[in-house]
Write a protein that binds this ligand. Structure first.
Ligand code: ZN
Length: 362
């Protein structure tokens, strides 16, 4: 079958399958779309990385494609208005207006845009076609482990003008969040309830926080932090960031090239698919509810995320290095808003998992 006709047939089948028509199982072409992870993608090698044409991603995931050569932007959208916009040379994309970082820069080539194959598998497909990753989704969380960043001899970041330290602010947010989550029916345990830490060695301390979460058999791990930048940038950098563990073989957001951790598969990587959904929902709610500057949903191989066996995220809620933002953090009302945004993010993540459940039944 010629390629153009094959694509048209596939498009019809996709349209039927989206309409819930089960008769597609008798057609000669693929009965239902295979999960993105099982698809063979046509790749080209750029900068030593496999890239996929975003038009192919759109066609094969059954998405509407709009490309503007003038702006070098390409958007993929679903009928429910889920839309993701890519722009040439950027390492991020915008999903429903929320900034989501990719492992590799979006690249213009042959009058279209290309993204890395791993970005398709680990970020774009799970967010745009979650139902097709159904076997990989975690269960709705019941027991949530909350981790107030730092503590004891480690104050974390601080703001001297407003006399606040990260370890106090994270504990306060986590205690507020515990109450909100328990009111919603979740069970909650805390890695620390006071100004302590597990170990003075920072790496051992972080490892023990993960061990604690694993021993508690938590379904979800949330580590709360506040951020800071160098004084020279402090006046201009504000907002929220949300991190999940970088999938194996992908670059963390702050990396430009591979390092000795890039190819390591950590226990936390078993939850790559759950993590992307969790991170997106938490980040979207933080940006929306706090009206925060969108620093992005990012990936990092933070020690505390590597060994947690449940879906896990680390939230950098605001910048203590910025005096105006630190002044807000110093207010209990703002810390309550942070806790409420995270609680809503957890609810939305749970609801998204529930919505995927029918797809799991035979
Ligand atoms: Zn921190």
């Amino acid at each position: 079958m010629p390629a153009a006709r094959r694509i048209r047939v596939l498009a019809v089948v996709l349209a039927l399958s989206m309409a819930g028509n089960v008769s597609v199982a008798q057609t000669r072409v693929t009965p239902t779309r295979p999960a993105a992870a099982q698809m063979t993608w046509h790749t080209i090698r750029l900068r030593n990385v496999d890239f996929v044409d975003l038009r192919e991603v759109g066609e094969r995931l059954g998405l509407k494609i709009e490309w503007s050569a003038a702006t070098r932007k390409l958007s993929l959208s679903r009928s429910d208005d889920r839309v993701v916009v890519f722009e040439a040379d950027n390492r991020d994309c915008y999903l429903n207006g929320i900034r989501v970082f990719l492992s590799e820069r979006v690249t213009a080539h042959r009058d279209t845009l290309w993204v890395s194959r791993l970005d398709v598998l680990k970020t774009i497909a799970p967010l745009l076609r979650p139902a097709e990753q159904s076997l990989l989704w975690p269960a709705r969380p019941r027991l949530i482990v909350l981790d107030a960043g730092h503590g004891g001899i480690d104050p974390g970041k601080s703001n001297t003008t407003h006399k606040i330290t990260e370890k106090d602010m994270t504990l306060d947010v986590v205690l507020r969040l515990q109450k909100l989550l328990e009111e919603r029916g979740y069970r909650v345990v805390l890695t620390r309830k006071d100004d302590t830490r597990f170990a003075n060695n920072p790496l051992i301390d972080l490892q023990r926080r993960a061990d604690f979460a694993n021993k508690a058999l938590g379904d979800l791990f949330l580590s709360v932090h506040f951020n800071a930048v160098d004084p020279k940038d402090a006046h201009r950098v504000t907002g929220s960031e949300t991190y999940v563990l970088t999938p194996q073989a992908m670059l963390s957001t702050s990396d430009e090239k591979k390092d000795d951790l890039t190819d390591v598969a950590f226990p936390g990587n078993r939850n790559d698919v759950g993590n992307v959904l969790l991170g997106y929902h938490l980040h979207r709610q933080l940006i929306t509810d706090l009206q925060a500057s969108d620093r992005g949903f990012k990936r990092a191989r933070f020690a505390v995320l590597r060994f947690v066996e449940s879906p896990a995220a680390l939230i950098e809620a605001a910048y203590l290095s910025n005096d105006a933002e630190a002044a807000r953090v110093a207010q209990p009302e703002f810390r309550q808003r942070i806790a409420e945004a995270i609680a809503r993010g957890v609810d939305n993540y749970s609801a998204a998992l529930d919505a995927l459940r029918p797809a799991e039944s035979p």
